[in-house]
Design a protein around this ligand. Structure first.
Ligand code: OGA
Ligand code: NI
Length: 356
């Protein structure tokens, strides 16, 4: 390991220093590592859904109606908590440029990325490595940039990272389009749950949107390290854009890890903890993780469409009755987020701690 490297410098700086083995504090305990059978399984049960009927005001060439699509989205969200979408309205040119600028960001010199280093969970732009590198025993083999678009700050100029110079234009356009898609998906789920299209949006209030760029450098022993530990997403809906030719996302399906295939042009969507709480467990926020490989750096870009920070989330009365008592305690979303960073949790422990 290069002299002078420290944990905060992260996984890419470690690889760039020329290591040939994985340092002990990146070697995950056996039960969290990748096993050879995990690599053999693909999550083919996760459906790929053409969502154009939801987005177009005019009738489309699709032979499926809006109602058919809503039924498919709901079924996937109840069964797997994950689905992929195609014909989602975000052009392939923009997704390609978004992935390219994400790669470019992580290629910047460490000192330039560290300008955005912060431990303040309210910071609008926060660069870092793993989840809580100074506290955790085993780090994740990744670096990330978390970029939040806070509704309460809309009257102030947004603090865009200034490098790469094209980031603001490309990420700004991607966030706008991904928000549009997320809003339509949320409306469809709301309708599918029998709540009417506006209900969940109303619950989310002045929703929070965050963009997260993940960078997974090549790893000399991918079977020892994990790129992003098993977790479920904390918020509402996640839209994930993956590098087109490098897989890495794995989903826990019936207690087995399965790799999500990369479908050209598709975006991966998953349900977060708050939607599981609102629906009193009908919609599933499912455990997933990212694995690493020995050959190529991978990036992914997640758009998190979440309730506003001050919203108190609890099961919606429609889903609560004597047979289905409220399964979760109410929690203000901001407090839920705070727990994510203050406790060293894995898997669905955070959501489970919210159970009545
Ligand atoms: C996330 C996430 C998976 C990936 O950012 O929450 O699950 O493949 N990412 O990077
Ligand atoms: Ni996730």
């Amino acid at each position: 390991m290069a002299a002078g490297w420290n944990k905060l410098d992260g996984a890419k700086a470690l690889v760039d220093s020329g290591i040939d083995r994985v340092p002990d504090f990146y070697v995950k305990p056996l039960d969290q590592r990748l096993s050879p059978q995990d690599l053999a399984l693909h999550a083919d049960e996760i459906p790929v859904i053409d969502v154009s009927p939801l987005l177009d005001s005019k009738p489309t060439s699709s032979d499926r109606s809006k109602e058919d699509v809503i039924a498919e989205l709901l079924d996937a969200s109840e069964r797997w908590g994950f689905f992929q979408v195609i014909n989602h309205g975000i052009g392939s040119d923009l997704t390609r440029r978004m992935l390219a600028v994400a790669h470019e960001f992580f290629q910047l010199p460490l000192a330039e990325k560290m300008v955005s280093y912060s431990t303040d969970i309210d910071a609008a732009v926060r660069y870092g490595t793993s989840v809580n590198p100074l506290k955790e025993v085993f780090l994740d083999w990744q670096d990330n940039l978390l970029h939040r678009f806070l509704p309460e700050r809309q009257d102030q100029p947004h603090p865009w990272p200034t490098k790469p110079s094209s980031y603001e234009l490309i990420a700004g356009e991607f966030v706008d389009q991904a928000k549009f898609l997320a809003r339509h998906l949320l409306r469809a789920l709301s309708e599918g749950l029998g709540l009417g299209p506006d209900y969940l949006e109303g619950e989310f209030g002045e929703h929070n949107v965050a963009l997260r760029l993940n960078y997974y450098p090549p790893c000399p022993s991918p079977e020892l390290a994990i790129g992003l530990r098993s977790h479920s997403d904390v918020g509402g809906l996640t839209i994930l854009l993956q590098d087109s030719d490098i897989v890495g996302l794995q989903v826990k399906v019936q207690e087995k890890w399965k790799t999500v295939r990369s479908v050209p042009g598709a975006l991966v969507i998953n349900i977060g903890d708050q939607l599981q709480i609102y629906s009193n467990g009908k919609l599933k926020s499912v455990e997933h993780r990212a694995i690493v490989n020995a050959d190529k750096a991978r990036v992914s870009v997640g758009l998190f469409y979440d309730p506003a920070s001050d919203v108190r989330v609890s099961p919606i009365p429609k889903f609560v009755d004597t047979e289905h008592p409220a399964a979760y305690n109410p929690c203000v979303f901001r407090d839920y987020l705070k727990n994510l960073y203050s406790k060293n949790l894995v898997g669905k422990e955070l959501l489970e701690s919210q159970r009545k």
